[in-house]
Design a protein around this ligand. Sequence first.
Ligand SMILES: [Fe+2]
Ligand SMILES: [Fe+2]
Length: 345
Amino acid sequence: MKKLWTQDELDLLAGHSTNSVIAHITGRSEAAIRGKRQRMGLVGGAPYIPDPGHTAVPTDPIQEAAKKVPAVFGRIPVEVFDSSGWTRFGLVSDTHLCCKEERLDALHAQYDLFVKEGITTVFHGGNIVDGYIPRINGDSACATTPDGQAQYVIDHYPQRNGITTNFITGDDHESWFCPGLNFGAYLDMLSKNQGRTDLNYIGHVEADVELRSGEFKQVMKIQHPGGGSAYARSYKGQKMVESFQGGEKPAILVQGHYHVSGYSFDRNVHIIGMPGFQDQTVFGRKKHLRFEIGGVILEFKMSPKTGAITRLRPEFTMYFDRGFYKPFLKSDARILKGHMVIETK
Ligand SMILES: [Fe+2]
Ligand SMILES: [Fe+2]
């Protein structure tokens, strides 16, 4: 025989309790509760209006019991993630010196900013020079030999009192000259011979920089990965981080090569995509590659209590194309406009 619904049960159905809770209170099945609610139009229909004269809605024992459980969530002391000073580095990449599209104007401006901000250590993410392969950059290279390009760096790369530039080399451009030539070590030696002790070669393709705080160590990886660019600016960095084995993940990954700015955080790695200091080349135009120009001041805190990088902020200083700065560049005053103008009728 069908059991009739009491007013208390109907009011319960109209409330916010779940089907399972009402089933528990009333002793009816969840299916029966669900069916009754649907018939009352409480699911997708007009809501049931309870009898105004009947307001005594029984309390839900489970919900009442839940209210009595104290909310214990703890609190992390702020010193755990904010107890050390800021460590600050300058970051640049892909300067491609010795090609027509180099942006020494912007690179020197970036170093002036480093001086102004008190930066003493700069990392360079590779492609310090453009290298030379006639069919690729034969029309834009200002020097074609390793000697010539190394000397060009010594003569023109920004040199500022108190700033050391630690650079890596890529397996593209600076490795184009001839197989087996360690261009980075060669440039390091040649520059020191000529009194430029501020240029310091730290590795080919990638270099791990050890960061220490108390007894803890972390790694900041400076990398020039190579390979083609991607449509999404964060994609290559994320794929690289996915490919790291658990134990070799750095805390900070600085990627040169793509000439595109970006910051992302993936698998506990802060990934900084570096813009370059080179305007778009003919090769880049044909391949539809973005060429962003800019440098970074990286600031972070590493906790001496946990060893974690707890706060990090990359500041990107981006530059427009050279024409934008023409009023400030005396060297460019003689450059003509270079495009034809026709007055239409
Ligand atoms: Fe590059
Ligand atoms: Fe590259």
